[in-house]
Unconditional design. Structure first.
Ligand SMILES: NC(=O)c1ccc[n+]([C@@H]2O[C@H](COP(=O)([O-])OP(=O)(O)OC[C@H]3O[C@@H](n4cnc5c(N)ncnc54)[C@H](O)[C@@H]3O)[C@@H](O)[C@H]2O)c1
Length: 443
């Protein structure tokens, strides 16, 4: 396969499938993608992604109908070298257990008519340790009649960051693993077309674990920052100041700043890691970090309740920063702590006015959490509190507007990422952060 043209099929053109498919197509691989969501297909017909990702739309424009094709089903007259599975692995509704049904159905429906055992199946989705060997390979063996040990299967997890995916897909080392030597060799050929560095995991299980470690490591690192920040306030000390000063000029301290640890991956990957882990202290340690991060949402909700009291006139709240993160910027609302906070406040009877610099208005409206506004000023109309919930760079400058006086409107502002820098220099404005919101006497 080294010098020949490679043809792959991608199943699921969500965030991962579309960015990967386009990155591969831009490197000369022939990519055919299937997707079940009509909205995504409509956007791609117009040569646009259904989400905001820097640099992606211009690549879609460049590759569409040349090396990148969206198809209803994989054509039987095309000789595929590999199929890449990039469907979602969300947590089951209301539970903390992953749902791998999309993977099973991707295998059983999307490739059923074209898979004959000669193509490599690459699992790209994030899964619990053992999923490739115990779920994917037996199914492939059954479908093709090939013995399990000979099935061509690879586990090559995705590690890109939303907002930087286009660049990272051709720069990050790609972790690959294979069910046998031939699978590994084929996976190497494909990923070497895209990136100069591949990391060969010793087993399918190691590759699955590497992905889960990368995200759980981030989750736990942020949990420590959040825990330190909240602990400082138990002593009446500003948590952000304590962290900044502990880190300053001292390389051995790199304590994370407090914030929400959210998004479609971090909200679930620790649970996917511990899903089938036997009971042990490591499991409890990982779980308690995840739960601490989740508790940040309740800390904010309880703060709002305390500040607004029972007075009806205080019950309108402005929320800005609905996407799960602001930097790098994204329109993604999935797994966003801002959305969870909004849901909890709405359930408590608050009226919500929402704003985001990047998130798509119709997607915010579809959440049915409150009215959606073009500007922060407009969202603040009639509100008693403004919650700034992500770290978009614009908060550093646009918040201070001569024509709009937050304090005159009696607003309290919670700058949860400590990013409204210009506002902090204003003597008139009372602004809270996650570092001082619990300190007694702060009002
Ligand atoms: N979003 C990220 O930044 C990121 C990063 C690394 C890893 N991951 C992992 O990658 C996987 C995919 O994540 P995502 O964010 O792209 O999810 P997603 O929900 O955006 O995309 C999955 C897509 O697959 C489609 N789909 C489902 N079943 C299908 C089928 N049978 N045929 C065709 N299409 C089908 C869905 O409609 C959806 O559009 C998950 O396991 C996730 O944890 C995501």
């Amino acid at each position: 396969m080294a010098d020949k043209r490679i043809t792959v099929g991608v199943i699921g053109l969500g965030f991962v499938g579309l960015t990967l498919g386009i990155a591969a197509a831009s490197k000369g691989i022939d990519v055919y993608g299937v997707e079940v969501n009509e909205h995504i297909k409509d956007c791609l017909k117009k040569k646009k992604a259904h989400f905001y990702e820097p640099g992606l739309d211009s690549l879609i424009m460049r590759c569409s109908d040349k090396t990148f094709h969206v198809v209803e089903k994989f054509p039987s007259d095309v000789k595929f070298d590999a199929f890449i599975i990039t469907v979602g692995t969300p947590l089951k509704n209301g539970e903390k257990e992953p749902n791998f049904e999309y993977i099973k159905s991707a295998l059983q429906s999307s490739i059923k008519d074209v898979y004959d055992g000669s193509q490599l199946i690459i699992l790209r989705s994030t899964v619990s340790v053992g999923t490739t060997r115990n779920i994917v390979i037996p199914l492939l063996s059954e479908m093709s009649g090939v013995e399990k040990k000979d099935v061509l299967a690879a586990m090559c997890p995705e590690r890109t960051l939303e907002g930087k995916a286009v660049k990272e897909l051709t720069h990050l080392p790609q972790v690959i693993s294979g069910n046998n030597d031939e699978s590994l060799e084929m996976a190497q050929q494909i990923f070497r077309k895209m990136t100069p560095t591949v990391v060969v995991a010793k087993s399918l299980e190691e590759a699955e674990l590497i992905k889960l470690y990368c995200n759980t490591y981030r989750d736990m690192t942020f949990a420590l920052g959040n825990a330190f920040c909240m602990a400082a306030q138990e002593f009446g000390v500003d948590g952000i100041s304590a962290i900044n000063h502990a880190n300053y000029g001292y390389d051995r301290s790199n304590i994370a700043k407090p914030g929400f640890v959210a998004g479609p991956c971090l909200e679930k990957d620790a649970y996917i890691l511990i899903n089938n882990m036997p009971e042990c202290d490591s499991k409890n340690f990982i779980l308690s970090a995840r739960r601490f991060n989740e508790s940040m949402e309740d800390i904010v909700v309880n703060w709002v309740r305390e500040k607004t009291g029972e007075q009806e006139e205080n019950k309108t709240i402005a929320l800005s920063g609905m996407a799960f993160k602001g930097e790098p910027e994204t329109s993604d609302l999935r797994g966003s702590s801002s959305v969870y906070i909004a849901r909890k406040l709405k359930a408590l009877g608050y009226t919500l006015r929402l704003h985001d610099f990047v998130a798509i208005k119709s997607e915010m409206e579809a959440l049915e959490l409150g009215s959606v506004h073009e500007t922060i000023e407009e969202a603040c109309e009639g509100a008693s509190i403004l919650l700034v919930l992500n770290n978009h760079k614009k908060y550093g400058s646009v918040m201070y507007n001569e024509n709009f006086s937050y304090e005159n409107r009696g607003l309290r502002i919670l700058d949860s990422w400590n990013v409204c820098t210009e506002l902090h220099y204003s003597d008139d404005i009372k602004i809270y952060t996650l570092g001082n919101m619990l300190v007694k006497g702060e009002d």
